[in-house]
Design a protein around this ligand. Structure first.
Ligand code: 13P
Length: 251
């Protein structure tokens, strides 16, 4: 299984900034990209076309969307459909990122609706899950992950091809805080998620489980070497080609 190194640019970058970072990243990583790695760029909607053009035809680099609405088309002002995203060259999309859950009020059920619809329309989906600090303090990590997986994966086919679906474990308290989860916490959560996936999917061993939350050049190697960590989802450190390329190439 190839490790997936994903850049979530969130709501950052103008057109010219995005183009510059994308071009620098390609130059910095293309030659030396290890054979067992794939890179996924997840910029704002406004940058999808341009970033897609920079990486067009380059093997092992993919384009993804941060969000979408679970309808093919219609009167949904301000929303974007999976069909429109695929048309722009997106092959991946996030569903249930913690900022969408906790800042924008998306429910577990709505996230599940998106996962099903996005898969049905041909996007590879990265379902993001993770506990808040107060839930961790109350010993509810497994309960939260179990619930978010149950609602997020409801109705997904048991024999789904493993590359169509990934899970990103992003503990909310580690996102954008500089406070990375420790190796023990990551391995515990990822092992729990793997065991849960066994209940849903035939090819559960090959479904990638990514870690996200303050991944930086200086901790990427260690995190990528942990059991059941099949990639990383990077926010802040993905915004500069220099730091993200170090993560992409981390040994
Ligand atoms: P940071 O890497 O900035 O903590 O963000 C993580 C994240 O939310 C990726 O989706």
């Amino acid at each position: 299984m190839k490790k997936l190194i994903a850049a979530n640019w969130k709501m950052f970058k103008t057109w010219s900034e995005g183009m510059q970072t994308a071009r620098e990243l390609l130059v910095a990583t293309r030659q030396d990209l290890p054979a067992d790695r794939e890179v996924l760029l997840i910029p704002s909607f406004t940058l999808l076309k341009g970033v897609g053009e920079v990486f067009s035809g380059v093997e092992n680099y993919y384009l993804g969307a941060q969000n979408f609405y679970p309808e093919e088309q219609g009167a949904y002002t301000g929303e974007i459909s999976p069909v429109q995203l695929k048309d722009l060259g997106c092959s991946f999309a996030l569903a249930g990122h913690s900022e969408r859950r906790h800042v924008l009020g998306e429910t577990d059920e709505f996230v599940g609706q998106k996962v099903r619809f996005g898969l049905e329309k041909g996007l590879n989906i990265i379902l993001c899950i993770g506990e808040k600090i107060e839930e961790r303090k109350k010993g509810q990590v497994e309960e939260v992950l179990h619930r978010q997986l149950a609602k997020g994966l409801a109705g997904v086919e048991k024999d789904i091809e493993p590359q169509r679906l990934s899970i990103a474990y992003e503990p909310v308290w580690a996102i954008g805080t500089g406070e990375v989860a420790g190796p023990k916490e990551i391995v515990h959560a990822h092992t729990f998620i793997r065991n849960e996936l066994a209940e849903y999917f035939q090819f559960y061993k090959d479904i990638r489980i990514l870690y996200g939350g303050s991944v930086k050049p200086d901790n990427a190697s260690q995190i990528l070497g942990l059991d059941n960590v099949d990639g990383v989802l990077v926010g802040g450190a993905s915004l500069k080609a220099e730091s993200f390329s170090q993560i992409v190439l981390a040994e």
